[in-house]
Design a protein around this ligand. Structure first.
Ligand SMILES: C[S@@+](CC[C@H](N)C(=O)[O-])C[C@H]1O[C@@H](n2cnc3c(N)ncnc32)[C@H](O)[C@@H]1O
Length: 251
């Protein structure tokens, strides 16, 4: 995962982070993070009466800091964590120094650098959808609940779509490319991708990650301490899960 994301960061970090657009510049890239914060995070915090001031949060898979600058504005302390050193270096170069952001290079795939019950809010967007197998997705959900303080909130996105997003030809070609990658034949996988004039940076299962049933994610979140996880967008690529970690008396 680290090698693939380092490679993507070197080629074009903005595009591989937010691949719905090609012509990003720093302004538009960071503005899209602001819009996502206002669209995805702010309303939910308000609904739960969660005041970020004075609290610590963790962003899992912060990339080049597209949303990190917003978290830094509202939260007392931001742990911006990523598996890719190249991504973190770009984030640090691009963002004006924020004394309340702590950049965390995580060996992955879990959250080994973050202490249990140490943050009040955990957020992750466009990350779990790239994890290559279901087990890693569910393990990361467990980790998110582990590092959260009792009474703290989480919000993360994952892919639960049962349907492939490509036609049969695309599925066949990417199927062979990904199979080679999974067999450890990564050079061959990339060479084949280039030979058929596809983007070799997205060869392999760290791009087309695993889709996981929403029910399994809820079950894991419940077992890890969230009594009533909410799910939205089930059976789609943009599935959201959020909730709070129950405190000692189960609330
Ligand atoms: C598509 S980018 C999204 C970045 C950011 N969340 C955003 O919305 O701008 C995915 C990021 O997740 C990171 N990543 C991938 N697997 C990870 C893992 N297991 N733990 C932490 N970060 C991971 C990648 O290095 C990359 O920076």
């Amino acid at each position: 995962m680290r090698r693939d994301w380092d490679d993507r960061a070197r080629r074009d970090a903005f595009y591989y982070i937010a691949s719905w657009r090609k012509d990003w510049d720093a302004d538009s890239f960071f503005r899209s993070g602001e819009e996502d914060y206002q669209r995805l995070v702010e309303p939910l915090l308000a609904e739960y009466g969660f005041d970020p001031q004075g609290t610590a949060m963790l962003e899992v898979g912060c990339g080049a800091g597209r949303m990190t600058h917003c978290f830094a504005r509202y939260f007392r302390e931001v742990y911006a964590l990523d598996v890719s050193l190249e991504m973190l270096q770009r984030a640090q170069t691009l963002l004006p120094s924020s004394p309340n952001v702590i950049w965390v290079l995580e060996p992955g795939p879990g959250l080994s650098k973050v202490a249990s019950e140490s943050v009040d809010f955990v957020f992750s967007y466009l990350v779990l959808q790239h994890l290559p197998v279901e087990r890693l997705v569910l393990d990361l959900v467990r980790e998110i609940l582990r590092v959260l303080r009792k009474g703290g909130m989480f919000l993360f996105q994952f892919n639960s779509s049962p349907h492939p997003s490509m036609n049969w030809k695309g599925r066949l070609v990417w199927g062979v490319i990904d199979e080679l990658w999974q067999l450890g034949l990564e050079r061959l996988s990339r060479a084949l991708t280039s030979a058929v004039k596809l983007d070799s940076a997205i060869a392999g299962r760290t791009w087309r990650g695993a889709s996981v049933e929403a029910g399994k994610v809820s079950e894991v979140a419940r077992a890890a301490g969230c009594s009533a996880p909410h799910i939205e967008g089930e059976n789609g690529p943009m599935t959201w899960c959020w909730g709070t970690k129950s405190d000692a008396d189960g609330k």
